[in-house]
Design a protein around this ligand. Sequence first.
Ligand code: ATP
Length: 214
Amino acid sequence: MRLTLVYGGTFDPPHNGHLAVAAAAATAFGVPVAFLPSADPPHRAPTEAAAEQRADMVEAAIAGDIRFACDRRELRRGGPSYSLLTLRELRAELGPERPIGWLIGVDAFLGLDRWHAWRELFELTHFIVVERPGRPLEAMGAELASVCRPRWRDTPQALTQAPHGLLYRLPMPLRPESATGIRDGLRAGHDMNAQLPAPVAAYIRRHGLYPSGV
Ligand code: ATP
């Protein structure tokens, strides 16, 4: 069955690494990717750009690309952006049978056991895990590792045959970009254009975000 592919994040700002990850997943699963910018992430430091600005930047980054969409539901809902609530909403809309895949970088996945009601997430979605430089998946805590062990599958197809609860490691070249690195670079007055989609760089400049050196 066709998988619904979602990509949650703060996107503060969205960068070329995010686009490369989403493109690789869209290709592997043959479906579009819905970016889900967060309103108020409970398990991270406050974002620098406002939620509406981050969502605007995602829309600017993906404009005109039919492989991608931006879903602003977490902004509309208000309150903390628990992925659990978003996934319950998606599950209610799609019904119990439809496979859902949550695209996630390994750094975020390694902290999954700190997410609100994290075990229930496996009753709602699959996770498609993407490696990042310097963050080996093997660094996973023992409890999370034991929950994950029986769930790993080797092919995208395996995830289309169950609605939730499985894991797939997306093979793709490592991407060095990080939003924190980009914000720091901009603050230091460096040109970060090589790591940003051109419409995002233009938005940052126009709105004076991350006291801008773009
Ligand atoms: P920060 O550097 O501040 O942690 P970020 O670059 O990770 O930010 P997020 O908006 O937090 O940006 O990322 C959204 C999702 O994309 C997360 O699951 C994150 O792990 C993943 N991700 C971000 N950058 C990369 C990358 N270069 N390679 C693989 N996954 C990535």
